[in-house]
Unconditional design. Structure first.
Lengths: 107, 221
């Protein structure tokens, strides 16, 4: 059985604990890196991560992109939406098609 | 262009012809795979974008509710209220194969069957804003899982499409033209060799007849 983890600053994620997701509050990027690897090698199928944290771990996240699990999914934190996740979706379109033909006009 | 040197032999020619046929067949198959992957991917990525927008809006409003809830309670009370979660989510991960790409499927069970059994605190000491906040987050959870599924699938498919596209292009623009040039080169070379040996034989025959009958001497008499 897999579990779901949520990573980010405490204020953004504490609500998820009530739903039964494991929350992993981190502030320091180095510590976050370590935690991420721990979670990924453990029994976590989905890791939700705040965009603010993900911006600092971009390189680490890249490593897990080609693996089936875990799926690392960005969510907006309490401080707001940076648009990073939407940008990532656009990037995959670019990777697949060669040019962003779907969402180019919406920027 | 053929940079490598090929042996102009019949065996090499057969080998190259076989290689060319395989390459053409592979090219056709990969092209079909790419087109079908692309079709499915475009549907999926549109869905992904929609989901992402709803989830982001949902989480933002849930976060707002939490901030309000936090404002109405002491931090200690809030932490106590959320300290021991009642609910637990178990995720089962399956794999689905779409055009040779393994994509995960997520299915989840909550520990208790009742979906509304999410409040891990008594209602006496918490503000009602917290109930609303927790509820709004719980409502968005199924969509978050769906988002995880589609977004991961999109990422995996995008890289597979990229790989396939490269292969198609390599076959179309390098391997097949290369094989064709080499085949042409060998056919020409073999034809040339054949003609040259024929000419040599004719010449030898002429020389042998000349030796026997001395035609050229007779011609001048």
């Amino acid at each position: 059985m897999y579990k779901i983890a949520v990573m980010g600053d405490y204020d953004s994620i504490y609500g998820f604990a009530t739903l039964g997701l494991s929350i992993v509050p981190v502030t320091d990027p180095e510590e976050a890196k370590e935690k991420l690897h721990q979670l990924a090698s453990g029994k976590y199928g989905i890791i939700y991560m705040t965009e603010a944290l993900a911006a600092e771990l971009r390189h680490e996240i890249e490593r897990y992109k080609q693996q089936v699990t875990p799926a690392i999914i960005l969510i907006p934190g309490v401080s707001g939406n940076t648009g990073e996740a939407v940008e990532n979706v656009k990037k995959t379109v670019e990777q697949a098609v060669g040019a962003d033909i779907l969402f180019a006009q919406s920027t | 262009m053929a940079a490598t040197v090929v042996n102009p032999t019949r065996m090499e020619l057969t080998r190259l012809k076989k290689k060319r046929l395989t390459a053409i067949r592979g090219h056709k198959l990969l092209k079909d795979k790419r087109d079908e992957l692309m079709r499915q991917y475009l549907d999926l990525v549109r869905e992904n974008m929609e989901l992402r927008k709803t989830v982001e809006a949902g989480i933002l409003s849930a976060n707002k509710n939490f901030v309000i809830a936090k404002a109405g309670m002491s931090e200690a009370a809030l932490n106590t209220a959320l300290m021991a979660p009642k609910q637990e989510v178990n995720l089962s991960v399956g794999e689905k194969n779409v055009m040779s790409v393994d994509i995960p499927t997520f299915d989840y069970q909550t520990r208790t069957a009742d979906e509304n059994d999410i409040y891990s605190y008594g209602f006496a000491f918490t503000s009602s804003d917290l109930d609303g906040a927790v509820k709004s987050l719980a409502d968005i959870l199924p969509q978050m899982l769906k988002l995880a599924e589609t977004e991961k699938a999109c990422q995996l498919m995008a890289s597979e499409i990229e790989k396939t596209r490269r292969r198609v292009n390599a076959l179309e623009h390098v391997i097949i033209p290369d094989a064709e040039t080499n085949i042409k080169y060998i056919t020409m070379k073999l034809g040339e060799n054949e003609r040259s040996s024929q000419v040599r034989l004719m010449k030898v025959k002429d020389m042998m007849l000349e030796k026997e009958h001395h035609y050229s001497e007779k011609q001048f008499q």
